[in-house]
Design a protein around this ligand. Structure first.
Ligand code: FAD
Length: 404
């Protein structure tokens, strides 16, 4: 089988990438280990994805956004960050961002479903489901991919979008820095009696981290991070005991709480590969940048990266140039590294500092939060990061909201 491009992984990044190349005339093979029925109707996985305005725009352009019903898109108006038992919060107000909200919350399983629906049946696309990639070699002229059913596939360019633990990346000999935080994140939906006013919370308590992602109605996605040895007991609790446990952990700030979805859990591991590209090969999605979820940027980066690579490929294809040219791939790598590396490192630092409960760290945590709250340019930059809208800080010619 011969294709222009072979993509490993039909998750939201792989599907969006294939969709970005629709109408290009390029032949694309999309290799996915799961059955097609699961892509068409993915199960709820607990993740509520905070999307920037920029990501929402990309999803509009790809025809994903309109496939998600309005009631499943929750506005994320403001955000507040707490430290320890204190009720003092650093607040990021949407007003600082020139938008009506900082972003949106959309369930991951609906993003997956809409990406499948938008891509299904696309001209030039061959979906190979229930098929695993088992081997890959790239040469000057093409890439060769071995599939679990014994077939072999040739492509001008191979792209891996097969999770942060990408086997394809490993098979290509690309090393990655991995940081295992030694913690597990529990996510589930809960109804609660106190309104959230569409304000997200990140609460770096001592010994645990909690977050609240406000969904439409009197319900939120509740996030709890604990060392794995403590998490198992929480996952195993009967429903009523879990409800009381969460009320207690949230110190009744949300009133009565009632679980309204299954509990899902994820190990926390940050991954950043040494390279995003190799000969006739590129990484996108989590395979390129595996973010800690605390700054909610994994899929935002995934959308951005697939768009950047697709743009390069489309430009080359339209002008009759090589779609796997090494200069093209290097440009993609440079662009995506520049866009992701600073926030990746900042996220690692935040996650490490705010889960360190030693006395000096507690003091530093509190000082940093108060500095953040009172230093307007910092908050404006933070709001711009959350919205995905590049607002220039004053020292680069931007104007502060309220200073006009
Ligand atoms: C708890 C949690 C909360 C999050 N919150 C946010 C948020 O608020 N905002 C945000 O932007 N991001 C968030 N993220 C990150 C976001 O979920 C990911 O960035 C995104 O889902 C990654 O998409 P992907 O397509 O790269 O990978 P995946 O979704 O992991 O898909 C990879 C696909 O590859 C397939 N595959 C793997 N290996 C093979 C193989 N060898 N052969 C064939 N197929 C293979 C898999 O079956 C899968 O379908 C969160 C993540 C977690 C865990």
């Amino acid at each position: 089988m011969e294709f222009d491009i072979a993509v490993v992984g039909a998750g939201p990044a792989g599907l969006s990438f294939a969709r970005s190349l629709a109408a290009s005339g390029l032949s694309i093979a999309l290799i996915e280990q799961q059955p097609e029925a699961t892509l068409a109707d993915p199960p709820f996985d607990g993740r509520e994805i905070a999307l920037t305005h920029h990501s929402a725009d990309i999803m509009h352009r790809l025809g994903l956004w309109e496939r998600i019903s309005e009631e499943d898109i929750s506005p994320l108006r403001d955000a507040q960050v707490f430290n320890g038992p204190s009720t003092y919060a650093m607040r990021v107000d949407h007003k600082i961002s020139r938008k009506d909200e900082l972003g949106y919350l959309v369930p991951n399983y609906l993003i997956r479903r809409s990406a499948y629906e938008a891509t299904r049946g696309q001209d030039g696309l061959t979906l190979l489901t229930e098929t695993r990639l088992t081997g890959i070699r790239t040469h000057d002229t093409h890439a060769e991919l071995d599939l679990s059913d014994g077939r072999q596939l040739r492509a001008r360019l191979a792209v891996a979008a097969d999770t942060r633990f990408s086997d394809t990346r490993r098979a290509m000999g690309i090393s990655a820095t991995m940081h295992d935080f030694g913690k597990t994140m529990l996510v589930c939906r809960m109804a609660h009696s106190v309104p959230h006013e569409h304000v997200a919370w990140e609460w770096f308590d001592y010994g645990q981290t909690m977050a609240l992602l406000p969904l439409n109605g009197l319900r939120s996605s509740v996030v709890l991070t604990l060392p794995q040895r403590q998490m198992q007991a929480v996952l195993d609790m009967p429903e009523e005991a879990f409800n009381r446990d969460m009320e207690n952990r949230f110190q009744y700030r949300l009133g009565r709480m009632q679980m309204s979805s299954p509990r899902c859990s994820y190990p926390l591991v940050g991954v950043y590969p040494k390279r995003f590209v190799a000969r006739r090969f590129a990484l996108i999605g989590d395979a390129a940048v595996g973010m800690h979820p605390v700054t909610a940027h994994g899929f935002n980066f995934g959308l951005r990266g697939q768009e950047a690579l697709a743009r390069e490929i489309l430009n080359a294809h339209e002008t009759g140039r090589n779609i796997a040219d090494s200069a093209l791939l290097s440009r993609y790598e440079r662009d995506h590294r520049l866009a992701t590396r600073p926030l990746y490192l900042a996220t690692q630092a935040i996650a490490q500092l705010y889960t360190n409960d030693t006395l000096p760290a507690r003091t530093l945590r509190s000082i940093a939060l108060r500095l953040g709250q009172n230093f307007a340019p910092f908050k404006q930059t933070l709001a711009a990061t959350l919205t995905g809208d590049p607002v220039l800080p004053p020292w680069r010619g931007g104007k502060l909201r309220g200073a006009e």
